[in-house]
Design a protein. Structure first.
Length: 405
């Protein structure tokens, strides 16, 4: 007797291998079923064969609809206090994100709010935001630190991420976000490096950009983390091209994110590497700049596209459904490409080897959609497409998501 049988699947769509590169084949099976036992996928096959092979304590009728892996959010800043809704008026008035940051707003104002909040307030906020992400199909997601002025504050945030109990899989990342105001920036980088052996996050990340950290500072921090066996991620070329993305040739990065101003030749280098290019179209929209990454180069060179919401006070979007939709309408990804980017490749970027696919031995993280064709995943805009989310032994029925405040 198995725990769960998902039967009458109209179309089952998943990657054949991880990572999935532009142009790779995809596993698509019609009239399929999935057998689940102890939180893992036990078997996948034609509905008639799986029904004969297994008896289940619970059967879910997919009603001839589309089933895919649960979505994976490769890039979030969900742990913080307060909001920056007031910045929207500045953006509408033509003030750039970089200028807001230089004025001491943006990330700096969020650091102040976060440091003033209690652990309990921060935990509640994070739990609410993760809950909203689940309601939009996320079965796994990354959560960064980064809203602290010193390593001790970053350690506090990292501990909060690790204390959260969620039905979704959470991956922690220690982010070196912006240089502290009124303090020596080199001393700050040194202090962050010195803290690494005690903190040992799953990943580290650096906001390498104009107004944030330099290429040399970023390389020093990432190299120190690499020596400890910590995974490397990198914010690059969001506001300006100062050479951050060229670190692809010097460091073994799990992901390189944003890439709005990355030159074509560097994007080709990224595509030919084993690094996932994490695209963040919700942020591109919120910045109102009209910038787009060179997806044409990434596609032509067979790169590894991944997707994230970049949920933050600057880009208040907990929905991977929205990220997928915008990846089509802003960046030109096909619905199938968006699905591969939002599942197997986002999981790949986070080192989750048994997530983002539906195959025997993988975690049973599956999305049952209200549609019966892959194209509808981004053709239908505005969310609301999720019917059920299977998270191991738990089946989640989506309800209207709160603003995730």
């Amino acid at each position: 007797m198995i725990d769960l049988l998902i039967d009458n699947i109209g179309v089952l769509a998943t990657a054949r291998k991880s990572p999935w590169r532009f142009g790779d084949d995809v596993f698509i099976m019609e009239n399929a079923a999935v057998a689940v036992s102890r939180g893992e996928v036990l078997d996948v096959g034609p509905s008639s064969a799986i029904r004969k092979r297994y008896r289940a304590s619970r059967v879910i009728d997919a009603r001839n609809r589309l089933v895919t892996p649960a979505l994976v959010d490769a890039h979030t800043h969900m742990l913080f206090a307060g909001d920056r809704s007031w910045e929207l008026k500045l953006k509408l008035g033509g003030v750039t994100y970089g200028e807001i940051l230089r004025r001491g707003g943006g990330i700096y104002s969020t650091i102040e709010s976060t440091e003033a909040a209690s652990d309990e307030e921060l935990m509640r906020g994070l739990e609410d935001r993760v809950g909203a992400a689940i309601m939009h199909g996320a079965g796994a997601l990354e959560v960064k630190t980064g809203y602290a002025a010193a390593p001790s504050g970053e350690a506090r945030l990292l501990n909060i991420i690790r204390r959260i109990k969620s039905t979704a899989k959470l991956v922690d990342t220690l982010l070196m976000h912006v240089p502290p105001r009124g303090r020596d920036r080199e001393a700050h980088v040194d202090a962050m490096i010195e803290a690494l052996p005690q903190l040992m996050p799953s990943f580290v990340d650096v906001f390498c950009d104009d107004g944030a950290f330099t290429v040399d500072e970023s390389k020093r921090f990432l190299s120190a983390a690499a020596r400890l066996g910590i995974g490397l991620r990198l914010h690059a070329d969001e506001l300006a091209n100062i050479g951050c993305s060229e670190l692809i040739g010097e460091l073994s990065l799990s992901s390189i994110d944003h890439l709005l101003k990355t030159p074509g030749d560097v994007m080709a280098m990224i595509a030919k590497s084993r690094t996932a290019a994490v695209l963040l179209p919700c942020t591109a929209l919120s910045m109102m700049s009209g910038e787009k990454p060179r997806v044409d180069v990434l596609r032509r060179e067979g790169g590894i596209p991944a997707l994230g919401t970049d949920f933050s006070p600057n880009s208040w979007c907990p929905s991977m459904e929205a990220a997928m939709e915008l990846s089509t309408y802003l960046y030109g990804l096909t619905p199938l490409e968006a699905l591969m980017a939002a599942t197997t490749n986002s999981a790949y970027s986070l080192g989750l080897k048994d997530v983002g696919v539906v195959a025997p031995g993988s975690r049973a993280l599956l999305a049952i959609w209200k549609v019966n064709d892959i194209d509808w995943l981004t053709y239908w805009m505005g969310g609301g497409k999720l019917s059920l989310l299977v998270l191991g032994s738990i089946v989640v029925e989506p309800k209207a998501a709160s603003p995730a405040t």
